[in-house]
Each structure stands twice: as C-alpha cells, then as structure tokens.
Design a protein around this ligand. Structure first.
Ligand SMILES: C[S@@+](CC[C@H](N)C(=O)[O-])C[C@H]1O[C@@H](n2cnc3c(N)ncnc32)[C@H](O)[C@@H]1O
Length: 291
C-alpha cells in the first residue's frame, strides 16, 4: 500500500508537522477517553513512532481512518493496541528509594499494628506495570513481618493491577533480566528473594504467593475491588490532566479503609485534589491518610 507523505486533508500519514490539528485533536480525545493519558504537544513522538506505525500495521491509510475504526467500537483489540502504544511502562525495583525506607520503618509496621485488625492487610499497587513495585512491596513486607515473628502469608495480601495485559504477563511470570534486577535491587534482597534462571532471575514462590494480579483501567468503576489499608498509585498521575487526576484520586481515596494510606510518585502531589485525605510526611516521603 502506498502511504501519503504530505499534509493531505485526510489526516494522512506524514511527518510531524503534517498531522492536521483536527486529526491530532481527534486521536488525542480518543486516547484520553480510553485511558486518561493526555497527548500534549510534547508527545508528538508517540504519534509518530507508535500510533502511526500501529495504524499502518492495522491496514489504515490515514490517522482519520484509524480514528473511524476506533470509534466504531467493533474492534476492542485495536483499542487495546492503541493503549499499549501510548502508555509508558517505565518502572524499577525500589523506585525512588526513600518511600521504601518510610514503608519499612514506619508505614508497614504501623499498619500491621492497626487496632482491631482481624483480616489480612490489603495492599494495592495500582498501575503496577511489569510488577517490580508489588514485588518490592512483598519483599519489604516479608522483612517487616519476619522482624516481629509474623508469617507474611497469614498477614498480607497484595493486589497488582495495570491496564496493560502485556505488562501483567511479565508481572505474573516474576522473571526479570539481570539488567532489570540491577536497577534498584540491593544485593542482599536479590540473594534472599530471587533465584537465577535462564532469562535472568525469578522471584521466589513465597513472594509470588503474596500477590494477586488483575487487569484493570483505573478510570473504570473501582467498587468491585473492595477497600485497602494501603494504595500505591505512583507515576501515573503525571500523565493525566487535572480533572482526570482529581477523579482518579477521589476514586482511590474512596477505596481506602478509614485509617488507610495512599502513596503517589515522588514527583507527584495530590494536595487539594480531594478532601478525603490529609497529607503527612514521613522523612522526605509524603503520604495521604484517609480522614
Ligand atoms: C510509568 S508506569 C508506573 C509503574 C509503577 N507504578 C512505578 O511507579 O514504577 C505507569 C503505568 O500506568 C499504567 N496505566 C496507564 N493508564 C492506566 C489506566 N487508565 N489504568 C490503569 N493503568 C494505567 C501503564 O500501563 C503503566 O504500566
């Protein structure tokens, strides 16, 4: 198929400057309605390097044709592929270090001692990408439980969710390359919790058993998930506009137990977005507690 290369009126494929503003707006609106991600002017590389190749691969002759097919609602696979194309899955074990110190020294020991707690602590890593965040949580929780003679399997359950099935396949496998492990994993934890395998390292069965994985769009109704003692939603809010951030933060805050805590990314603040939480600091880590 020959593809248009100039700034045609049909929103045909072309270089960056050639994407018609109406076409750009149309695809940006579609992306935002699907997953909340804002395709700002600085994100044209996503259009050029990911969305246009997707359209090409799907047999569309223009971005407008891709939008028509996405609008027709008859192609859930194409919508999934678009979400995959525009989401950023950057993550690592123990990302940003200081929240993990706060979790280990203060947050998790405090939650384990919640007065009147009868069931397991429920922890949710929302937008967990390829799983490093829930596995980091499982490692710290194991250490905290062991320090006070508790069995983590009896005390805690972790839920890892993401919109990307491709990322969840990696998360469920618990297999990471040596390079991925090297990014953030302290050697002692590596020795304790990971086993060498053909592809690099595999997390231990005990860590696996602490985590349940579920695919989910955080913009959908979250009521079915129940309530949590701790929610981590880190490094997603930065990709959303203010109304969507507010809507998501309200929804997450509603999923907290009365004493529950919410952690967001080190570069993110939810100050003023919901009256349902108050901000507290633990060292240099900000946490938001349900009120
Ligand atoms: C940058 S990663 C953050 C991973 C991890 N929380 C961290 O901080 O390292 C952002 C993740 O959000 C997911 N995501 C984007 N939009 C989403 C949505 N509407 N619902 C659920 N997950 C979403 C992406 O698939 C991606 O894996």
């Amino acid at each position: 198929m020959s593809l248009p290369t100039s700034n045609g009126p049909d929103g045909g494929f072309s270089h960056q400057a050639g994407i018609r503003p109406e076409t750009r707006q149309r695809i940006a609106r579609l992306i935002q309605s699907l997953c909340g991600i804002v395709l700002g002017p600085d994100k044209d590389y996503l259009l050029i390097h990911r969305v246009i190749p997707l359209a090409h691969h799907a047999g569309c002759s223009s971005l407008d044709q891709l939008c028509d097919r996405l609008d027709s609602q008859t192609n859930p696979m194409l919508r999934e592929a678009l979400i995959e194309a525009v989401t950023t899955h950057e993550t690592s074990f123990f990302r940003d270090a200081h929240p993990w110190d706060a979790l280990k020294s203060t947050i998790l020991p405090g939650l384990l001692k919640t007065p009147g707690r009868t069931g397991k602590l429920r922890i949710w890593s929302a937008a967990c990408s390829s799983g490093q965040e829930p596995y980091s949580l499982a490692m710290v929780l194991t250490e905290v439980c062991e320090a006070v003679g508790l069995e983590p399997q009896a005390e805690v359950s972790i839920l890892g969710t993401d919109i990307s099935e491709r990322m969840l396949v990696i998360a469920r496998s618990g297999v990471y390359s040596a390079a991925e492990v090297k990014r953030g994993m302290p050697p002692q934890r590596q020795q304790k919790f990971l086993m060498p395998c053909d592809k690099g390292f595999e997390v231990s069965p005990k860590l696996h058993s602490l985590i349940r994985w579920q695919r989910g769009n955080l913009l959908d109704n979250l009521l079915g998930l129940g309530r949590f003692d701790l929610i981590l939603c880190r490094n997603l809010l930065i990709y959303l506009d203010e109304p969507t951030r507010k809507r998501l933060v309200e929804a997450l805050a509603s999923r907290l137990e009365p004493h529950g805590l919410l952690l967001v990314g080190a570069a993110e603040s939810i100050f003023g977005l919901t009256p349902k939480v108050i901000q507290k600091s633990i060292g240099s880590t900000l946490v938001y507690q349900s009120v």
